[in-house]
Design a protein around this ligand. Structure first.
Ligand SMILES: [Zn+2]
Length: 311
């Protein structure tokens, strides 16, 4: 295990998505499924005319992190745009290159391409700098084989792994029954191609061997006590993004149960497409309000100064 020291930690960002800040829901929020449908459409539209907006967003995001006192970041990059700016920055942490896809063969090709890229980038890692990891996006967007192969490779090669899991009710319903909110986006993730396992999202990842790679699990709102025990037993960590969860109407992560079970919990802002700012101190203030009476302010603010531990 490696301990990445930091002053303030923002454990979950997508810096390249700053150019999609107009999609961030207002006070009333927006349901998760229509929001992610709009996000994917907007991202494709930008990609079609070049990657420059993503690169500019990554650079601006790094400046915002440094201005807010952040020394360590966990960033996910689907386009690769934030990799070079982060490696060249004064930040420490991990940039996770993302893979997804429900079609088994094209998803495996995508994974091979990511593995080659990560192998090449890892030669440039420096002590105390930014490491390169793999993000396997989420249970609703990735073929199970992607989880099996990707997590086994991360474990064998000591590559940090990150997965979004248990974020929305739609995701929970999809895995339990094969139905629910994602039926509104039949052609976006092709969720009908994979049979529902009939279990919780965290149990699904456990069955696929993902927890053995001690991943950083993002969100974990839709979890029960058995899921929390699974996360704790595996030594996985959780990134908590309460403002994004509120604006996407996902619910409240049971922070007090996570902490009682000994789970390592970090705070993260998520992207500007679902968060009003990249200032994780504002995330801590929101968490303090959300968990008032259940978790002490001292315990909440301590999460800002937690060390990021990865494989
Ligand atoms: Zn995210």
């Amino acid at each position: 295990m490696t301990v990445l020291a930091g002053n303030i930690l923002n454990a979950h960002t997508h810096l390249e998505l700053g150019c999609l800040a107009h999609l961030c829901p207002g006070r009333g929020g927006n349901a998760f499924v229509p929001w992610i449908g709009a996000l994917i459409a907007a991202r494709h539209e930008i990609s079609a005319s070049g990657e420059l907006p993503f690169q500019r967003s990554a650079e601006e995001g790094i400046a915002q992190l440094l201005a807010s006192g952040v020394a360590t970041v966990g960033d996910i990059s689907a386009t690769g745009a934030s990799v070079e700016p982060l490696l060249a920055s004064d930040l420490s942490g991990v940039v996770y290159l993302e893979v997804l896809g429900m079609d088994r063969e094209s998803a495996r090709r995508h994974l091979r391409e990511r593995q080659r890229r990560i192998d090449a980038l890892r030669r440039r890692e420096t002590a105390g700098g930014v490491r390169v990891g793999l993000s396997i996006h989420a249970p609703y967007s990735c073929h199970p084989e992607l989880f099996r192969e990707g997590a086994a490779w991360c474990w064998a090669e000591s590559v940090p792994l990150c997965v979004h899991v248990g974020e929305s009710r739609a995701e929970r319903d999809l895995l339990q029954t094969g139905a629910g909110g994602f039926s509104a986006l039949p052609n976006v993730f092709n969720v009908a191609d994979v049979p529902a396992p009939g279990c919780s999202p965290v149990a699904y990842l456990q069955d696929l061997g993902v927890l053995e790679a001690q991943p950083l699990l993002v969100h974990c709102v839709q979890v029960d006590s058995a899921d929390i025990a699974r996360i704790a037993a595996a030594g996985a960590a959780v990134a908590h993004c309460p403002r994004s969860n509120r604006l996407l109407q996902c619910g409240r992560m049971p922070l007090e149960q996570m902490l009682a079970a000994g789970v390592r919990v970090y705070l993260g802002t998520d992207s500007l497409a679902s968060s009003p700012s990249l200032d994780v101190r504002e995330e801590a203030a929101a968490a303090n309000r959300l968990h008032d009476g259940k978790v002490t302010p001292q315990a909440v603010y301590a999460l800002l100064h937690t060390e990021l531990v990865v494989l």
